[in-house]
Design a protein around this ligand. Structure first.
Ligand SMILES: Cc1ncc(COP(=O)(O)O)c(C=O)c1O
Length: 303
C-alpha cells in the first residue's frame, strides 16, 4: 500500500522537492510531467560517485577503467531486467531516444529501396515519426495510421496500410499527448504477418507500466531514463541477433558486436551509473522486489 507515510518518505528521497518558491516560500510543485521526472538522491549520488572515484575510459588494465567496464555491463543488465530482456547484450545506450531512433531509421533505411514502405502513426511523438518520415528522401513510402476522433488509433486503417512492401512498423506504446495506450499485440500480429520489423516507442509508457519485451515481442524498443527518475540517456532494446545484421553509422575501429555496434564514441558513464540507480530505486519501492546491489540486476520474478 502506498499511503501518506510512503508519500512522505518518497518525497524525502528527492532533494528538489525540498526547494521552496523564492517569493512565497511555499514548497515547489513540479507539474511538467512530460518534461521528465525529478531525480532521487540515490541517482544523484550514483552519478557523483562515479566522478568522485571512478572516472575513466573503458578497456584499460587499471582499476578505474576495469570498474567502468563493470559499471557499463551492470547498467546493461539492470536495463535488461527492467525491460524483461534476456541479457544485457540486447541493450544499447545513446544520448536520448530521438538520437537512437534516427540511428535506427538510417540503418534500416539502408536496407530499403524506393517504393518500400514504412508505417508510422498520427498519434506518435515526433521522435518516432520524423526519423522515419526522413526516409521519404530515399523514395520510401511512409504511411501514417489514422488517429480516430476518440483519441485511439484506427486499427482497421493500420491493417489496411500494412502490406507486402511494409518493412518497418513504428508505433508508440502510449501517447505522451493523450495518454492512449496502444495495442502492441495488433501491431505485432500485423507486422509479423508481412515479415516487417516492429519498433516500439516506450518513452511515455515506461514510467507507468511494467515492460516485458518477451511478451510484447518487438524487434526494437526505445525508452528514455529521464522519464523514470534517471538522467538523460536513451535506451535501445534490440532482439538478439538483429543488430549484427544492421549497418548503423559506426567507426571501423569500434566493437562490431552487439550491443556496442550501435553505440558511437564514448558513452556517458556517470549517467549510466544513474540509469542503473534509477531502476534499482523503482524496484526498491515494489512489493517484495529484490535488487541485488553487486550485479545491479532486478529480480523481476519477485516484483
Ligand atoms: C512518447 C515519446 N517518445 C519520444 C520522446 C523523445 O524522447 P527523448 O527526449 O529521449 O529523445 C518523448 C519525449 O518527450 C516522448 O514523450
Amino acid at each position: 500500500m502506498f499511503g501518506e507515510n510512503e508519500a512522505r518518505r518518497c518525497r524525502a528521497d528527492f532533494p528538489s522537492l525540498a526547494r521552496r518558491h523564492e517569493g512565497n516560500r511555499r514548497p515547489l510543485a513540479y507539474l511538467d510531467g512530460p518534461a521528465g521526472t525529478q531525480v532521487p538522491a540515490a541517482v544523484i549520488e550514483a552519478i557523483a560517485g562515479y566522478y568522485r572515484s571512478c572516472n575513466a575510459n573503458t578497456h584499460g588494465q587499471f582499476a578505474t577503467s576495469r570498474e567502468s567496464d563493470a559499471l557499463i555491463a551492470a547498467a546493461r543488465e539492470t536495463a535488461a531486467a527492467f525491460l524483461g530482456a534476456p541479457t544485457g547484450r540486447t541493450i544499447s545506450f545513446g544520448q536520448n531516444m530521438t538520437t537512437l531512433c534516427y540511428s535506427l531509421s538510417h540503418a534500416l533505411g539502408r536496407e530499403l529501396a524506393a517504393g518500400d514502405e514504412v508505417v508510422i502513426t498520427q498519434l506518435d511523438h515526433e521522435a518516432n515519426r520524423g526519423p522515419w518520415i526522413g526516409l521519404r528522401e530515399r523514395g520510401v513510402n511512409v504511411k501514417e495510421v489514422r488517429l480516430r476522433p476518440d483519441g485511439r488509433l484506427d486499427y482497421e486503417d493500420m491493417a489496411a496500410k500494412i502490406g507486402p512492401r511494409t518493412h518497418v512498423v513504428a508505433m508508440g506504446l502510449s501517447s505522451n499527448a493523450l495518454g492512449t495506450v496502444n495495442d502492441a499485440a495488433v501491431a505485432r500480429a500485423l507486422s509479423r504477418a508481412v515479415g516487417a520489423i516492429l519498433v516500439l516507442d516506450a518513452v511515455h509508457y515506461a514510467p507507468h507500466f511494467p515492460i516485458d519485451v518477451a511478451a510484447l515481442d518487438p524487434d526494437y524498443l526505445l525508452c528514455s531514463a529521464y522519464k523514470f527518475y534517471g538522467p538523460h540517456v536513451g535506451i535501445l532494446y534490440a532482439r538478439p541477433g538483429l543488430l549484427e545484421k544492421l549497418e548503423p553509422d559506426r567507426l571501423r575501429t569500434q566493437d562490431q558486436t552487439a550491443p556496442e555496434r550501435f553505440e558511437t564514441g564514448t558513452l556517458n558513464h556517470a549517467a549510466l551509473a544513474g540509469v542503473k540507480a534509477a531502476i534499482e530505486y523503482m524496484a526498491a519501492w515494489g512489493d517484495g522486489c529484490q535488487v541485488t546491489a553487486v550485479t545491479g540486476t532486478v529480480d523481476r520474478a519477485r516484483c
